[in-house]
Design a protein around this ligand. Structure first.
Ligand code: ZN
Ligand code: ZN
Length: 153
């Protein structure tokens, strides 16, 4: 099995961590939490299994923003930027969410699958990607994307 170790960093560089595999999926999230955390119209984000993340002994503060499902969002103690989020609600399956800007080598990333929480959009996005509106439609689509990839891996 190839060992690739993709380097990830927070904007100030104080937090460094690695991905042992390329992420499962990438998508654009327009939810209010992402808009607030990233101070932008949407979050360009990837999902990877937590077991494939090497976070190490970094100074990351974790906050739970919303439940269910509870996503522990890690913030860099120094630059206060979001570093990584962990979803621990599903037994036996830990998932990590990482903003694409924190991934140094983007060559291993696939294109985004679509936009979710698009009913919360701050601006219209003109692209070919599918757009999903509504809380449950967005959640179900996200689960669907992840399950398809997990079954194929
Ligand atoms: Zn979001
Ligand atoms: Zn930082």
């Amino acid at each position: 099995m190839q060992n690739i170790n993709i380097l990830c960093e927070c904007p100030c560089g104080a937090i460094k961590f690695y991905l042992k595999k390329p992420p499962l999926i990438r998508f654009h999230c327009h939810c209010k939490i992402c808009q607030k955390l990233y101070n932008s119209a949407y979050n360009d984000v990837v999902v990877i299994q937590s077991k494939n993340v090497l976070l190490g002994q970094n100074e990351v503060e974790f906050n739970k923003y919303r439940r269910p499902p509870a996503l522990d969002r890690g913030i860099c103690v120094q630059c206060k930027s979001p570093v990584i989020g962990f979803l621990r609600g599903i037994p036996g399956l830990g998932l990590a969410f990482i903003n694409v800007n924190n991934i140094q080598d983007k060559s291993s990333l696939e294109g985004p699958l679509g936009h979710i929480f698009y009913h919360r959009k701050k601006e219209h996005i003109v692209d070919e990607l599918p757009k999903f509106k509504g809380y449950w439609k967005s959640q179900i689509k996200l689960c669907h994307w992840i399950i398809i990839k997990l079954l194929a891996s």
